[in-house]
Design a protein around this ligand. Structure first.
Ligand SMILES: [Zn+2]
Length: 553
């Protein structure tokens, strides 16, 4: 009897011991070591118009502590693309922070034609709001046209609104859309006063620290000296000569060349700081002031700051991606990022901050520069196209007023007139398509409603399905040939689904992020999904992205 009990006891003891060791072992395996369970602060940096290759094109000229530090200590998703059109700032910031696409999040462009209002609307305009921090209309803004939640909203929802979430940029839309609906604040630049301002959507008066920051008049200081190159100008071997006929000039400037006389130009160029690298330095100054004044990352809950460096976009538009101005802007941004990282080292320590850096879209080559090198490209004139369309419509239907708007490569039909005149829509589409297909630069005209043509390549179908919002998008999408864009005589722009507009950097750094890189295809809609997964919170409600695997230590 006893030996039997003894052997049973031995068996149970053994099982118990196994369970115990397994539990302890598996716990030591999954529990974080000394790293905090959540980062104290998340910082989403969006470099406006930064194409993927700008990391490597200027590599030899970057210092060790900016972009190179993010790469040498962080994780780079080298193959990150957008997955919709149009590739503009409003939709780009929405996609990054909502993990969603225009078809769902509703931000179908920066401006679009609102059929119910019968006029164009701006993606963050809000007539019910008023400016806080200035007297003009620059603050009549809110995220009210964004249909979905952001990752910043979800962070707040996850902890009973205890996290602080703030968005900053020179551009209103690039501050407002990332910060989301439940944000504590979003701040952007007011050209008239030189102040960072906000909207009554967030608060009734500016915090004292923002007034103090504004009172320093830093923008004026930055514009008090000419813009000269950081390095001797002959070292800018990655760029074309300084004086190229396809670069745009500042108003009243004779030639697009260094030194750019900012003190003189300031009087004739409203918001000049935007179109200089110093707009980014100024934004970085404000980011540091925000972190310190709001004590971001010092509380019990994870805070989230979104920063958009917009000057890279303004400079890029005016001078193009092959200009010395563009290169100098990136070399200076590299220094601003180095200073910012060093500030964070002291303020919180690297392991307490999760940073990601990406861009809201890429950019096309300047068509004249591309053509100079025998690469197909061109500029499509919407005004010329509208003239031809009106003639064709008049001839075929006896009225030239059947198109309400042609913008963002999309055509909005005049629905009420079509009904009144009982116009056959199929016939109308045929006439419009035939007219446009005869024009230089047009590759295809695609209906946005219903089934997207099965004959289109898979890649294009994927993009177009994500792009069109039944309420807000146009009726037809006018696809351009590669290298082509709308309505810009000098400089360059973005907006298409070609790789130069889609392919952006995606760098992760800090809290739990391991060092490495991956060429596994990633979409910018994966960013919000990844943050949600790392934090064990809900992804934004319209998120279609997937968490990126293999980022963490
Ligand atoms: Zn732009």
């Amino acid at each position: 009897m006893y030996p039997q009990i003894y052997s049973m006891l031995k068996k149970y003891l053994f099982i118990l011991l196994c369970c115990f060791t397994q539990t302890v072992f598996s716990q030591t395996k999954t529990l974080p070591s000394t790293l905090p369970v959540k980062p104290k602060l998340i910082i989403g940096i969006v470099v406006d118009q930064m194409r993927y290759d700008f990391i490597y094109r200027y590599w030899d000229k970057y210092g060790n502590d900016g972009f190179k530090r993010l790469l040498s200590q962080g994780y780079s998703c080298e193959n990150t693309h957008y997955n919709y059109v149009p590739t503009y700032t409003g939709p780009g910031h929405s996609a990054i922070f909502t993990g969603s696409v225009p078809a769902i999040d509703g931000i179908v462009a920066n401006d679009w034609y609102d059929r119910s209002l019968g006029r164009n609307v701006y993606c963050v305009e809000d007539d019910t709001a008023h400016t806080v921090g200035a007297t003009d209309k620059s603050g009549k803004m809110s995220p009210n046209r964004l249909l979905v939640t952001t990752i910043t909203d979800e962070l707040k929802l996850s902890d009973n609104m205890k996290s602080k979430t703030i968005g900053i940029s020179l551009k209103d839309r690039a501050a407002i859309l990332p910060a989301g609906h439940a944000a504590n604040a979003a701040y952007w630049y007011d050209d008239k006063t030189g102040n960072f301002v906000t909207s009554s959507f967030y608060m009734t008066t500016l915090p004292q620290w923002v007034n103090d920051f504004n009172n320093q008049k830093l923008a004026d200081q930055y514009l008090s000296k000419p813009w000269t190159t950081l390095l001797p100008i002959d070292q800018y071997t990655e760029s074309t000569a300084d004086d190229m006929p396809f670069e745009d000039t500042y108003k009243t400037e004779a030639k697009p060349i260094f030194p750019h006389d900012l003190p003189t130009l300031a009087s004739s160029n409203t918001g000049l700081i935007r179109v200089t690298p110093f707009g980014d330095s100024f934004t970085a100054d404000f980011a540091k002031a925000t972190i310190q004044a709001e004590q971001l990352g010092k509380g019990q809950f994870t805070d989230f700051l979104t920063i958009n460096f917009a000057s890279t976009d303004y400079v890029g538009h005016q001078f193009g991606p092959n200009s010395i101005e563009e290169e100098d802007t990136y070399l200076r941004l590299d220094k601003d990022i180095a200073n910012f990282l060093s500030f964070l080292d002291t303020y919180l320590g690297k392991d307490n901050v999760l940073i990601f850096l990406t861009a809201d879209h890429g950019v096309a080559e300047v068509p004249a520069y591309a053509e100079m090198n025998r690469i197909p490209a061109g500029v499509f004139s919407t005004a010329d196209a509208m003239k031809e369309l009106k003639e064709a419509l008049q001839k075929n239907f006896g009225t030239d007023n059947l198109i309400s708007e042609f913008e963002n490569q999309e055509i909005y039909f005049n629905d009420s007139l079509i009904d009144d005149k009982k116009i056959n829509e199929r016939q109308l589409i045929n006439v419009v398509t035939e007219t446009l297909m005869k024009m230089n630069g047009v590759a295809n005209v695609i209906r946005t409603e219903g089934v997207i043509d099965d004959l289109l390549p898979d890649f294009e179908q994927h993009i177009l399905r994500n792009s069109f919002n039944a309420q807000r998008s146009g009726d037809l999408y006018v696809e351009f040939l590669p290298g082509w864009f709308e309505d810009r005589a000098k400089g360059t722009t973005h907006g298409t689904f070609y790789n130069y507009d889609l392919h952006v950097p995606l760098l992760w750094y800090g809290w739990k992020i391991k060092n490495g890189n991956s060429t596994i295809p990633t979409e910018t809609t994966d960013i919000a999904a990844t943050i949600a997964s790392l934090l064990h919170i809900m992804e934004p409600n319209g998120c279609i992205g997937k968490p990126i695997e293999g980022l963490t230590r």
